[in-house]
Ligand binder design. Structure first.
Ligand SMILES: [Zn+2]
Length: 76
């Protein structure tokens, strides 16, 4: 999966990740863990799955910046 490859390449240890659906900016921390569990990360802003994985890693997404007012649906 392209998204995951990007995460592993740019965020080994820690780095930034941008949601491709809405443009929200996240800080990503990748940690190794002994738990072989399947996990996924959902965007807090748009709710889409940004990444899912099944391996001995734990990936923490911390929202840093919400996307700009691209669409103005909240005008009320
Ligand atoms: Zn998003």
């Amino acid at each position: 999966m392209l998204v995951m490859a990007r995460i592993w390449e740019t965020a080994v240890g820690s780095g930034d990740f941008t949601c491709e659906s809405c443009g929200a900016l996240y800080s990503v921390h990748v940690e190794e863990t002994l738990v072989q569990d399947r996990s996924s990360a959902h965007c807090e802003v748009c709710g889409r799955i940004m990444a899912d994985w099944q391996s001995g890693h734990r990936v923490v997404f911390v929202l840093k910046e919400r996307p700009g007012p691209d669409r103005d649906d909240t005008e009320e």
